[in-house]
Design a protein around this ligand. Structure first.
Ligand code: 13P
Length: 299
């Protein structure tokens, strides 16, 4: 694989991952140190990676700084890196991300009535197809908190199978589809009830890779079953945020008198990177960079 890789679109690599039965990690970045830990963690494991960004993170840093950091970091490694917008219901933010260089975006119309979600997702699909950018779209309700939206875990609504088929019908080139299958954002309070049979049924009927939201706190067995069932994109946010804070704080606890800031940033980086490499192993994508990039697909 050549050096200076530009950012890639996640659709083709997710298709290859789904066909080969591994999952590509999608981490929600927080700042430059976090983006670096995600991308360099993936490079250390020779794994494809998706750096995704929440709307509130973009509002904090701005479009251009984030796109510049991620593109610059991607150019220093030899693994495919996609820059993705996580849950977004605002068409203006989506347009601005596309203009700034994001290679994929998520339109989340899951709180809208089905017909409206479908119609608005299709509008955004036309936009992303014209721009050569991948699209993720969601139906059903994934539990927990995402940005400022809260869905109680027990009122999370599973996607309806027939609606899934109807929803994706006019979006054949959707990069990834996110039907709610019983997982939730945040740390799980109880055992998640994952609808494996529904997942397998959707995967059998729809030729689009599936996104697994709410990756934090799932067991190896749950990851394995979801990935085997068609989930090619596995989202981790809460654990990454936790490492960001705890990695920094641990240095203060260890060295209360330290006044030099860099060891804090390094401690934070190491904690985040370790979780990234652990998850890549858990999802089976270690060593898959060339495969995901389509460079050894024939072998
Ligand atoms: P967690 O915060 O549970 O890891 O979920 C992340 C996610 O699905 C982002 O969309």
């Amino acid at each position: 694989m050549g050096t200076d890789m530009a950012l890639v679109s996640m659709g083709p690599m997710l298709k290859r991952a789904q066909a080969a039965g591994y999952g590509i990690a999608a981490f929600n970045m927080i700042d430059y140190n976090s983006a670096r830990a995600i991308i360099e963690g993936a490079a250390a494991m020779k794994a494809p990676i998706i750096v995704q960004v929440s709307v509130k993170t973009i509002r904090h840093w701005g479009y251009k700084p984030i796109a510049t950091w991620v593109r610059m970091l991607a150019e220093t490694v030899e693994v495919p890196v996609a820059l993705h917008l996580d849950h977004c219901s605002d068409g203006d933010v989506i347009r601005r991300c596309i203009d700034a260089g994001w290679t994929s975006v998520m339109f989340d119309g899951s709180s809208l009535p089905f017909a409206e979600n479908k119609a608005r997702s299709e509008d955004i699909y036309r936009l992303t197809e014209a721009a050569g950018v991948g699209l993720e779209a969601e139906i059903g309700a994934i539990g927990g908190v995402e940005d400022d939206k809260f869905v109680a875990e027990d009122s999370a609504i599973l996607a309806d199978y027939d609606e899934c088929l109807e929803f994706v019908k006019n979006m054949p080139n959707l990069a990834v589809f996110a039907p709610a299958i019983g997982t939730a954002h945040g740390f799980y309070k109880g055992q998640p009830k994952i609808a494996y049979a529904l997942l397998e049924k959707i995967t059998a009927a729809v030729a689009i890779p599936i996104a697994l939201h709410g990756g934090t706190g799932l067991s190896q067995e749950q990851f394995d079953r979801c990935i085997a069932g068609g989930c090619a994109k596995v989202n981790i946010s809460t654990m990454h945020k936790h490492r960001f804070i705890e990695g920094f704080v641990a240095v203060r606890q260890d060295k209360p008198k330290l006044e030099e800031p860099l060891p804090f940033i390094i401690g934070q980086y190491d904690a985040m990177k370790k979780d990234v490499t652990d998850m890549i192993v858990a999802f089976g994508s270690a060593g898959k960079a060339a495969h995901a990039a389509g460079e050894d697909a024939e072998r």
